[in-house]
Design a protein around this ligand. Structure first.
Ligand code: HEM
Ligand SMILES: [Ca+2]
Length: 808
C-alpha cells in the first residue's frame, strides 16, 4: 500500500514538472533571462494535457555522439572543475558525458576548486614574518579595536534583530569573538606584509604566499585537526568533526570551519578589502540600496505550482547548513555604523573597521520619508587560516555544514545537552496546555519583548524566532524526534536514554536528507541538474557516491548568493486559513518576526501548517517583497531594513566575484552588453552598473529564467547542485551509504522504510490534529494544483516509516 503511495507521489511530482518542461521545449525564446513582467500576473497553468509517468529523453541526447570515457579521473559538471578557468586554452580538460545527456569535464582536480592551483614560480618572499611586521600589525589591530565609537545597538530596533540572526549560545559567541580577532589580526598582518613586500594580488587570492604564522602569537588558533578516537562511531558527532576518516581532514564540514570558494575572492587587495569599484573604469560601484530599489521591486507573482512550504522548508535547510557571524565590539555587543536614526554614516574616525554601511539616496521613495540616509551593515567575522599561512580573509560558518538536522540538535555537544530531557531519548518541550511547543529560551535578548507569552523559543539554532512559520517547522521537527523516540521506546522497552536519543536523531537526520533530496531539491534545481550532479536518491539498494576527497564545506557563493534565492520566494503576507479554507486573518510578515506570541493560540500551529501548504510561494525572480526590502525586522519602528540591499552588500563583503565570472565558470559565454538582456531589464541594469562585469551574483542569478522543472535559473542551479553534491559525496554518514562507507549504516530493511518518508507524513504525524486532518500528498505542491491530491492523515495510502525495523 505504502509503496503504491510513494509511486503515486513520484508520479505527481514528475507529471507536474513534465508539463512545464515540455512547454519549455516548445518555447521559441531561448533567452537565459526572464522578461520583465512587472505588471503581469502569471497565467494559470494549463490543466488539460495528459498525465504521463514516463520521463522523456532530453531532446538532445539522441543526437549527441558519445564522448570518450575519462581515464583515471572523474567526469564532473563544469562548475566542479574550475581549474580550467586558469588553464591555457590547449590545456582544457577532455569533454565527457554526464547523466541526463549533458556534457562535463574529465577533471584532474575533482572538487578542489580554488585549492587546485597549478604550481607556480613563487616570487622571492622572506619565508618568515619579521618581528617588526608582527609588532606593527598588532599595533594597527589594537588601534582599530579601540579607536572606535562604542555606540550600542538598542534592543527593539531593526539592527538589533539583524544581529540576532548571527546569534548562537552565549558561550559560542564569546569563543567566536576570540577566534575572529585572531583571524582579523592575521589578515591585517597579511595586508602589511603584502604592502611591504609588494606581493601581487593574484598570489594572495590563489593562496600562493607560503609564509607561515607558526611560532608567532598569531598561531594560537592554528591548532592541528583533532585526533578522532571514534572514527567508526555509528553516530555522527554533534559538531560535525570526524566525518572524513583521514586525520588531516577531521574538521571538514565541522561547525566553526571556514566557508569554501568556487572561485578566488574578488577582494580588491586580494586579502579582505571588499569589492567596491567598477571593472570598467575603477569608479565606485553604485550602492546596494540603489540597486535594490531599481531592480528588485515588489510584484505579486504567486507560483503556479508550489506553496510556501518550499520557502519555509528551504529556510530550515539554509539554517541547517550555514550560519555566518558578524564582527562584534569587544564586549560582544553589536557594531553600529550609522548615527542615531540612520541620519548619516559615522565619520571615518568614529567608525568601526568592520563597518560597511549601506547608503540611502535622498530621493529614496521609501526611506527618505523618515530622513534615513544610512542602513547599518557590519562585515562578517573571519576564521584563521586552516594552514596557518598568510592569506585572504575566510568567513566562518558556525553550524555543521552537513545536512544533519543541526537546527534540531544544535551544532555542539554542549548545545545538544541543553536541549535534551535525558528521559526516553526525548528533547525537552514546553507543554502548553497539552500541546508540545519548543521550550522557552533563557536568553533575555532573544526577542524584543520579555512579556509573558511573548518570550522566545529555544532550539538547536539561534535564528528560530526570526519568523513564526520557521518556528512552526522547528516545532514539527522536534516533535518528530520525540515521536520517533517514543515509538522506539515502545518497541525496545529496555533501551537506554542515550540509545533512544541517538537512534531517533539518526532517523530524523535520514528523514531530513530524504525529503531534501527526493522532494525538495528537484523542485529547486529541476530534474536534469539532479541527474547531472548524481543527486537522485535510489529506489532500492545502497548508493556508492561517497568521495573521500570531497570537502562538504559550504561555499561562499552558495550562502552569500545562490541559496538566498529563497528570499524571493517569500510572500509579504500570510493568509491564515482555517479548516474550512476561508481566510481568518492576514498577517504581515514583519509583525511575526521575533514575535512568537501567536504560537500560544491553541489552533495557530495547525492553521499555520495549513497556510503553508495552501498559499502559493512567490516565484523566484527579481521581485522581493517589501516585507523584506522595506520592513525587515521593523518591530515597533515605522521602517525596517532592506534584505535585498543587505544581500548585495553581503556578496561584496564576502568577496564574491561578479555574475559574469560565474557564467564563465559554468562554461557559458560572458555577457558583454546590457543589450543581451530583455530591453527593460537591460536598461535598468545599465542605470545601476557600468558594465555587465559589475553585476552582483545574487542580482544576476535572480534575473535568469527558471531551468526546466525547477524554480531557479541555471547559474543558481549549478551552484546549488554543486553544494548538494558536496553534502552527499562528502558526508560519510549520508543515509543511503552502506557499512563499507558509513559506520552507522541502516540495514536494507531500515533504509527501505526511510525511503517512504514524505513531508506530508511528517506534517500529519506532528500536527495537533485540532484543525488539521489532511494534507496534499505532494506537500510542496499547491493543494489546488491539478494532479496533486488532498489525502486524509489517517489514509493508509499515506506512507509511514515502520519502526519495527529498529527492533533490537
Ligand atoms: C521570512 C523569511 C526570511 C527572512 C526574514 C530572512 C532573513 C535573513 C537575514 C536577515 C539574513 C542575514 C543577512 C545578512 O546579514 O547577510 C539571512 C541570511 C540567509 N538567508 Fe534568509 N531569510 C528568510 C528566508 C530565507 C529562505 C526561504 C532561504 C532559502 C531558501 C534563506 C536563505 C538564507 C541564506 C542561505 C542566508 C545566509 C546565511 C548565512 O550563511 O549566514 N532565507 N536571511
Ligand atoms: Ca548542519
Amino acid at each position: 500500500m505504502a509503496a503504491d503511495a510513494s509511486a503515486k507521489l513520484a508520479e505527481i511530482l514528475i507529471a507536474t514538472q513534465l508539463r512545464e518542461s515540455e512547454a519549455a521545449a516548445f518555447s521559441v525564446r531561448q533567452n537565459r533571462f526572464n522578461e520583465d513582467v512587472d505588471d503581469q500576473q502569471t497565467p494559470a497553468p494549463v490543466t488539460t494535457s495528459p498525465r504521463t509517468t514516463k520521463k522523456p529523453e532530453p531532446a538532445t541526447s539522441a543526437l549527441l555522439k558519445k564522448c570518450q570515457p575519462c581515464v583515471g579521473v572523474k567526469c564532473v559538471p563544469k562548475i566542479q572543475c574550475p581549474a580550467h578557468v586558469r588553464m591555457e586554452s590547449h590545456e582544457k580538460p577532455q569533454i565527457c558525458d554526464l547523466p541526463a545527456g549533458q556534457l562535463g569535464y574529465c577533471c584532474q582536480t575533482g572538487q578542489n576548486h580554488t585549492a587546485a592551483v597549478r604550481e607556480r614560480t613563487v616570487s622571492s618572499f622572506p619565508a618568515i614574518l619579521s618581528p617588526a611586521i608582527l609588532e606593527e600589525a598588532r599595533r594597527n589591530f589594537e588601534h582599530l579595536m579601540h579607536g572606535v565609537a562604542q555606540i550600542p545597538v538598542r534592543r527593539g530596533f531593526p539592527d538589533f534583530a539583524h544581529g540576532l540572526v548571527f546569534h548562537s549560545t552565549a558561550n559560542d559567541d564569546l569563543q567566536n569573538f576570540a577566534i575572529s580577532n585572531t583571524a582579523i589580526q592575521q589578515v591585517i598582518t597579511t595586508q602589511l606584509f603584502g604592502k611591504k613586500e609588494q606581493v601581487p594580488v593574484d598570489d594572495f587570492i590563489t593562496n600562493n604566499v607560503p609564509v607561515q604564522f607558526t611560532e608567532t602569537p598569531l598561531a594560537q588558533h592554528c591548532q592541528p585537526p583533532p585526533v578522532c578516537r571514534q572514527v567508526s562511531s555509528p553516530y555522527r558527532s554533534l559538531d560535525g568533526t570526524c566525518n572524513n576518516p583521514l586525520p588531516r581532514r577531521s574538521l571538514w564540514g565541522a561547525a566553526g570551519q571556514p566557508m569554501e570558494r568556487l572561485l578566488p575572492p574578488a577582494y580588491e587587495d586580494g586579502i579582505w578589502t571588499p569589492r567596491a569599484h567598477s571593472q570598467s573604469d575603477g569608479s565606485p560601484l553604485l550602492g546596494a540600496r540603489q540597486i535594490s530599489r531599481t531592480l528588485l521591486a515588489d510584484v505579486d507573482r504567486p507560483h503556479p505550482r508550489y506553496n510556501l512550504l518550499v520557502m519555509q522548508f528551504g529556510q530550515v535547510l539554509a539554517h541547517d547548513v550555514t550560519q555566518s557571524s558578524s564582527v562584534r565590539l569587544e564586549d560582544g555587543s553589536l557594531v553600529q555604523c550609522c548615527s542615531p536614526q540612520g541620519k548619516a554614516p559615522l565619520s571615518p574616525q568614529e567608525s568601526h573597521f568592520a563597518c560597511m554601511p549601506i547608503m540611502v539616496e535622498p530621493d529614496d521613495e521609501f526611506f527618505s520619508a523618515f530622513g534615513v540616509r544610512c542602513l547599518n551593515f557590519v562585515r562578517l567575522s573571519l576564521v584563521p587560516s586552516p594552514d596557518c599561512q598568510l592569506g585572504y580573509g575566510k568567513q566562518m560558518s558556525k553550524v555543521t555544514h552537513f545536512v544533519d538536522a543541526s537546527p534540531v540538535y544544535g551544532s555542539s555537544e554542549e548545545a545538544s545537552r541543553g536541549l535534551r530531557s535525558f528521559r526516553g531519548g526525548r528533547l525537552r518541550m514546553l507543554n502548553d496546555f497539552g500541546r508540545d511547543l519548543l521550550p522557552l529560551t533563557n536568553d533575555k535578548t532573544a526577542c524584543p519583548s520579555e512579556e509573558a507569552g511573548k518570550s522566545c523559543f529555544n532550539s538547536g539554532d539561534g535564528r528560530t524566532n526570526q519568523i513564526i512559520s520557521l518556528i512552526t517547522l522547528q516545532i514539527l521537527l522536534a516533535r518528530e524526534h520525540n515521536r520517533v523516540a517514543d515509538s522506539l521506546n515502545q518497541i525496545n522497552p529496555s533501551a537506554s536514554d542515550e540509545w533512544l536519543f541517538q537512534e531517533a536523531r539518526r532517523i530524523v537526520i535520514a528523514e531530513m536528507q530524504h525529503i531534501t533530496y527526493s522532494e525538495f531539491l528537484p523542485i529547486i534545481i529541476g530534474p536534469q541538474q539532479m541527474k547531472r550532479f548524481r543527486l537522485v536518491p535510489l529506489d532500492k539498494g545502497y548508493a556508492r557516491d561517497y568521495n573521500i576527497d570531497v570537502n562538504p564545506a559550504i561555499t561562499n557563493e552558495f550562502s552569500g548568493a545562490a541559496y538566498r534565492m529563497g528570499h524571493s520566494s517569500v510572500d509579504g503576507k500570510f493568509h491564515i486559513r482555517q479548516e474550512q479554507g476561508h481566510i481568518d486573518e492576514v498577517v504581515n510578515i514583519p509583525d511575526v518576526m521575533f514575535n512568537p506570541s501567536r504560537m500560544r493560540k491553541r489552533e495557530f500551529y495547525d492553521d499555520m501548517l495549513r497556510t503553508l501548504y495552501s498559499q502559493p510561494m512567490q516565484q523566484v525572480d527579481s521581485s522581493i517583497s517589501q516585507g523584506l526590502s522595506r520592513f525587515l525586522f521593523r518591530g515597533d519602528s515605522p521602517f525596517g531594513l532592506d534584505l535585498a540591499a543587505i544581500n548585495i552588500q553581503r556578496g561584496r563583503d564576502q568577496g564574491l566575484r561578479s555574475y559574469n565570472d560565474y557564467l564563465e565558470l559554468m562554461g557559458a559565454a560572458k555577457l558583454h552588453s546590457f543589450q543581451q538582456f530583455p530591453s527593460e531589464i537591460g536598461q535598468k541594469l545599465a542605470s545601476v552598473y557600468r558594465t555587465p562585469d559589475d553585476i552582483d551574483l545574487w542580482v544576476g542569478g535572480l534575473l535568469e529564467k527558471a531551468v526546466d522543472g525547477g524554480v531557479v535559473g541555471v547559474t543558481f542551479a549549478e551552484i546549488i547542485g554543486d553544494q548538494f553534491a558536496r553534502f552527499k559525496q562528502g558526508d560519510r554518514y549520508y543515509y543511503e551509504y552502506d557499512e563499507t562507507i558509513n559506520p552507522g549504516a541502516f540495514t536494507p530493511a531500515q533504509l527501505q522504510e526511510l525511503r517512504k518518508v514524505t513531508l506530508a507524513r511528517l506534517i500529519c504525524d506532528n500536527s495537533d490534529r485540532l484543525t488539521l486532518h489532511e494534507v496534499p500528498l505532494a506537500a510542496f505542491v499547491r493543494a489546488d494544483h491539478p494532479g496533486n491530491q488532498i489525502i486524509g492523515c489517517d489514509d493508509p495510502n499515506l506512507p509511514a516509516v515502520n519502526l519495527n525495523a529498529w527492533r533490537t
